[in-house]
Design a protein around this ligand. Structure first.
Ligand code: NMX
Ligand code: MLT
Length: 435
């Protein structure tokens, strides 16, 4: 076993006893109740999933393994001269709960590098898509095509024991994570950069640095990539992408099936696709004002027009958060440092001053504050990635880390097939005695 897998195995053994104790001696304890509104309303707020990879507090925002984003960015080892940490270090943290040493990160980097070759048939799948296809559809198909590489499936067919499921899943997860950024860059270059074409990976670079290199971008886009992958990695396990990945994997579908499902869930405009919607919406505002920064009144009108036409304000609101998303704040800090005069950043900043009050007055959204997507596309745009259909692919690369870490732990702890119970409307009416 490698050092990371050894460490993970020890953590798994310790943790199994805790889960067994909870089920065996406290299995009947009630931890939540379900209302009619929750059953009809997307199960919002029901405590019915257990994960230790991350936890989302409505007012504080995300903590990865107990660390806030600010702490994660401060404590994880960084490449020399970089502002943002190694993405590989985050995966170590998500899996084990421990901040890795530089040596541990370097070992994981070597493991990733050794496994990042993307088979030619994956490139053929990507190349076969018509150029107007959405990058998320291409990513989904590319990851799906890798399914034949699954170790889990081979071992399962050969009678692998349940206690070993996590091990084969770990191997699959490293193989997939190592390839995801390369697949993303390949899709970008094929769709938007065909004359420059595909670049081979640079073996001396870390995951974030190599992604920037393969996208054909100079510094600080390497730090932008590290920041982007890290802040999008996980948001506890109830969000659509993480939950979908977990649900599909619970039937013992391998990580390629589960990650494809995660990607498909992320591609909706109420979830990950909101980052491209924000840019589309901002462009609409810019077009309306002929390219000049709109006045406060013009902005307010644009926001109200959007709401009155029955659309949502992309990048605002959240199912759990009840304050400004710290992922928005991390990116805002980056913008203030690196691109304070960027035109679109000024739009985003100006909107922050008007949108929350309007959403409060509108009276529907429970959270009037911006989420991660309000800010993320603007950073990409500034560094020349202007094809906003591509932004959710970046989200998906980051999110794979959280989803895969969760699936490994699901299997290590023997979480069963997920299968909630549904009831009919008539049963509900009977329960509340409407009829
Ligand atoms: N603009 C306009 N209306 C909104 C917004 C918004 N940004 N956010 C919520 N609402 C409406 C929502 O559509 C619902 O209306 P109705 O009763 O007519 O169905 C009402 O307010 C209550 O919704 P909430 O309970 O506040 O939010 P919910 O948990 O259902 O949905 C989102 C959460 C994130 C789907 C919602 O806030 C939204 O649509 N935001 C805009 C899209 C977006 O930015 N998504 C990205 C979220 C983060 N991510 O990366 O996934
Ligand atoms: C996420 O990152 O998954 C989104 O903020 C959505 C969520 O947490 O529900």
């Amino acid at each position: 076993m490698g050092a990371l897998k050894d460490k993970l195995y020890k953590k798994i053994q310790e943790h199994r006893a805790r889960t067994s104790e909870l089920i065996k001696n406290h299995g009947d304890k009630v931890i939540d109740q379900v209302t009619v509104a929750q059953a009809i309303g997307g199960m919002r707020g029901i405590k019915s999933l257990v994960t230790d990879i991350s936890y989302l507090d409505p007012f504080e925002g995300i903590r990865y393994r107990g660390f806030t984003l600010t702490e994660v960015l401060e404590k994880l080892p960084k490449p020399q001269g970089a502002e943002m940490p190694f993405v590989e270090g985050l995966y170590h943290l998500l899996l084990t709960g421990e901040i890795p040493t530089l040596k541990e990160v370097e070992e994981l980097m070597v493991t990733f590098r050794n496994r990042r070759v993307v088979p030619g048939y994956v490139c053929d799948v990507i190349d076969s898509f018509p150029s107007e296809s959405h990058p998320m559809a291409i990513l989904s198909a590319a990851v799906m095509s890798l399914q034949r590489e699954s170790h889990f499936n081979i071992k399962y067919k050969n009678g692998m024991g349940k206690m070993d499921y996590w091990d084969a899943t770990y191997e699959d997860s490293i193989n997939l994570l190592a390839k995801m950024p390369l697949i993303g860059a390949y899709i970008y270059n094929k769709l938007y950069n065909p004359e420059k074409g595909h670049k081979n990976p640079n073996p001396s670079l870390d995951l974030g640095g190599n992604f920037a290199y393969m996208m054909g971008k100079d510094a600080p886009y390497d730090d932008v990539s590290r920041m982007y992958f890290i802040i999008h990695a996980d948001h506890e396990s109830g969000n659509v992408s993480a939950h979908t990945g977990h649900l599909v994997a619970s039937s013992l579908s391998d990580v390629y099936y589960a990650s494809t499902a995660m990607i498909n869930g992320l591609a909706g405009p109420l979830h990950g696709l909101a980052n491209q919607e924000v840019l589309r919406w901002l462009q609409g505002l810019r077009d309306k004002t002929g390219g000049k920064l709109p006045s406060e009144e013009e902005m307010k009108k644009y926001v109200w027009d959007t709401l009155n036409s029955g659309q949502v304000i992309p990048g605002y609101g959240h199912a759990v958060l009840r304050k400004t998303d710290p992922r928005y704040s991390v990116q805002r800090e980056f913008c203030l440092k690196h691109m304070p005069d960027d035109e679109l950043f000024k739009y985003v900043d100006a909107l922050y001053k008007v949108v929350p009050d309007i959403l409060k007055e509108h009276g529907k959204a429970k959270n009037p504050w911006p989420n991660v997507d309000a800010q993320s596309g603007v950073v990409q745009w500034h560094y020349g990635v202007k094809e906003f259909d591509f932004y959710t692919v970046l989200f998906a690369i980051g999110r794979s880390m959280g989803v895969l870490a969760n699936i490994i732990w699901d299997r290590a702890l023997g979480y069963p097939l997920e299968r909630p119970k549904s009831i009919t409307t008539e049963m509900l009416e009977e329960m509340v005695k409407i009829k």
